[in-house]
Design a protein. Sequence first.
Length: 269
Amino acid sequence: MKDSRNVRNYFRTAATHCGILSLFVLGFGGSVVAQTAPTSAVKNIVLVHGGFVDGSGWEGVYKILKKDGYMVAVVQNPTISHGDDVAVTKRTIANQNGPVILVGHSYGGAVITEAGNDPKVVGLVYVAAFAPDKGESVSTLIANPPPGAPQPPILPPQDGYLFLDKAKFPASFAGDVKPDAAAFMADSQVPWGVEALNGKISEPAWKTKPSWYLVTTEDRMIPPDAQRTMSKRAGSTVIEVKGSHAIYVSQPKAVAALIEKAAQGVARK
């Protein structure tokens, strides 16, 4: 009986230490395992995809967050116009019961920068994303790429919509995604409306709300230095992960860890 009590006490003590340790390892690099959400964390997460893709790419991140106790909604933006995408995102925010962490990938960053002004939104997470300032759009941000920066293989517009060259899609957009999955992403592209790229920000939410930013150091769509500049301007808490533009597909643990860090960070403020 005495030995049994000792064993139970040991595991109770070990569990306590492991819980404390988990708070220190959360949110650093691609090998991080996301932890269970504490009761004080913001529980509602809204995920916003970017151009050329739909919300299904968030599946890996979604599963991790759900397992860790979060309520997760995935926005399916038509990516035809920026104004419509902001409206669709705000409808999803309205359906959440309580405060929201709003997450955007790529062009989704421009969407959350505007939609994030919704009073339910308490924090923003940018994942290799555009973070425009007032009066800026995706078009203005990509107008003058720095010398030597990779050029996304965007084809000439077709009836006002953009596509990436399918043959070049994997290397440019999804360099660290499994080849078969990257090929599927290339073949299932969603048309990206030119009007969506031209949508200007009326008031950037990052000026009044805390933000976090995941910089992808191997990105061939949005240059890493451009990501660093935007995240610094926004005053974001930044982590850098070695990965492609499709980091949310290839390394969902790293992305989920940053989102959870944001949810817990907002709760402590």
